[in-house]
Write a protein that binds this ligand. Sequence first.
Ligand SMILES: [Zn+2]
Length: 274
Amino acid sequence: MFNSKIKTGLFLAILLCMSCQSENLYEEPENEVKMTLPEDAMATLNFLKDQGYLEEDLEPDLAREAFIYAEDMAIPFGLKPNLDKNVPDDAQKNQWYLSLYGVFYVNSRNITYYIDYDFPSEYILEFAWAAYHWSKVSPNININRTYSRYSADIVLGAYYNENTGAYATAALPSGNGNVGSWMQINVAKDHEALSAESRMTLMIHELGHNLSFLHSNQVEGIRIPGTSDAAFHQAYTCGSIMRSSVYVCGWQLSPWSQWSSDDWRSIGWSYGVY
Ligand SMILES: [Zn+2]
């Protein structure tokens, strides 16, 4: 008798629990997200909407404290509060006002990256080449590896997401004058099926996001003076390394670069080129 009461109790508890779960399934996920967005994220969301971003394109990722935008870019929750806090002085102004995600030269001249334990090994050499190419194109960009996670500007890692086209995601700068603080490979994708050149061009592209560049074939952000418009970059696969779908376009794991003319203009305008 005693036993059967316990069983009934357990059975009821399980039923109640299941009904809780099924109720949750019908809740609007958007409402749930809005309830839990921290204050800095709300300020950044409202700021981005004022800049012309659509809220439905900004997917909050609470774990990574960023809005995932256009699949492979992460806009840090702290962007707006950081922009308010880090008002540039005169020496920094020229560079700082170029974009929402501006980076001070004092930071871009000395960028370090740290390879976390989960960063896929087949990307280590390719990332080093990508860092080399960014370092060789501009006197105001230098990227080197560090073995200190604490002092690193960019931490390289991994994530798993089957429901995205992105092979990697990179953080845009967070408005504090430094580069975006992380880049992660989506390990749900088959990276070994890619050529080494494809992996390297992907790394150049993602580092471009860390350095504040958006997609050449999309219309958000600033169109850099003298560069072709989004329609051009939608039509031509080799018009820029910052096209949302990256093609190899002659890049090799060698010191010879294949920056397009729009890449040269964009980098020259924002960081200066050699
Ligand atoms: Zn991208």
